[in-house]
Ligand binder design. Structure first.
Ligand code: SF4
Length: 204
C-alpha cells in the first residue's frame, strides 16, 4: 500500500479551547476545493510552502506533547485547507497514534462522500464550518454549490450522531446578516444537530 502523505502547512502546539477538547496540536494542511472570500489559508500559503509528511513523521513531531494530550483529553486536530481531502492519511495516523489521543477534523464537508465515510470511525470530533445554509449565500461566498456539503452534513449526523459534531455557524461580513445566521442555526437544529457555535468571522 502506498503510504499517504499529508501536505503539512503548519503545526501549532499547545492550543486550548479553540479546536477540540483539552490541549491540541493543530496540523494545518494545504488544499481546499472552496474559494472563500475571506480565506486566511491563502495568506498562510504565501508565507510558507507545505511539506509532505508521512503519518509516522507527523507522529514523531507531535508526540512531544503526548503527556499534555493524555492529561487533558486532547490530541491532534487536522485543519485546513480542507482536512478531509486527507482522509486516508487521517485513518493511517489513527492506526499509529496512541488510542487515548483524541483526533479532531476541521472541515467544510465540501468533499466526496467517500472521504467522510473513510474517517467516521477514525475521528473523535468533527468541527464543521457550514458557512451558510442558504444555497445562494453559500455560492456567493465559497464559489461552490452547497449541495455536496449539506448532503454530507446529513450523512455525518446519521453516521456519528450529534454529540461528535460541532457545527460552526459564522456571521460573514458582507455576505450574510445576523438573521441569515439565525436561519442557518434553525435549519441545523431541525436536521438534528445539537452543538452549534454561532460566531463572527473577524477579517484581518
Ligand atoms: S474552506 Fe477554509 S481553507 Fe477552504 S477556502 Fe474556505 S476558508 Fe479557505
Amino acid at each position: 500500500m502506498t503510504e499517504p502523505l499529508y501536505p503539512l502547512l503548519a503545526l501549532e502546539r499547545l492550543r486550548m479551547g479553540s479546536d477540540g477538547a483539552g490541549v491540541t496540536t493543530l496540523a494545518a494542511s494545504r488544499g481546499c476545493p472552496l474559494r472563500c472570500c475571506w480565506c486566511i489559508n491563502r495568506k498562510l500559503l504565501e508565507k510558507a510552502p507545505a511539506e509532505n509528511v508521512t503519518a509516522q513523521e507527523l507522529l514523531d513531531r507531535v508526540k512531544i506533547d503526548a503527556l499534555y494530550f493524555l492529561a487533558t483529553g486532547g490530541g491532534v486536530t487536522f485543519g485546513g485547507g480542507e482536512s478531509l481531502l486527507q482522509a486516508p492519511f487521517i485513518r493511517r495516523f489513527r492506526e499509529l497514534c496512541p488510542p487515548e489521543w483524541k483526533l479532531c477534523a476541521e472541515t467544510s464537508l465540501a468533499v466526496p462522500r467517500e472521504s467522510v465515510a473513510l474517517v467516521t470511525d477514525a475521528v473523535d470530533e468533527f468541527i464543521v464550518d457550514c458557512k451558510d445554509m442558504d444555497a445562494e449565500i453559500y455560492r456567493r461566498y465559497t464559489g461552490a454549490d452547497a449541495a455536496q456539503a449539506q448532503d454530507n452534513l446529513r450523512f455525518l449526523l446519521d453516521a456519528v450522531g450529534p454529540e461528535r459534531v460541532l457545527v460552526r455557524v459564522p456571521r460573514i461580513p458582507q455576505f450574510n446578516t445576523p438573521e441569515d445566521q439565525a436561519r442557518s442555526a434553525e435549519r441545523l437544529r431541525e436536521l438534528g444537530f445539537t452543538r452549534l457555535d454561532l460566531f463572527d468571522y473577524v477579517i484581518k
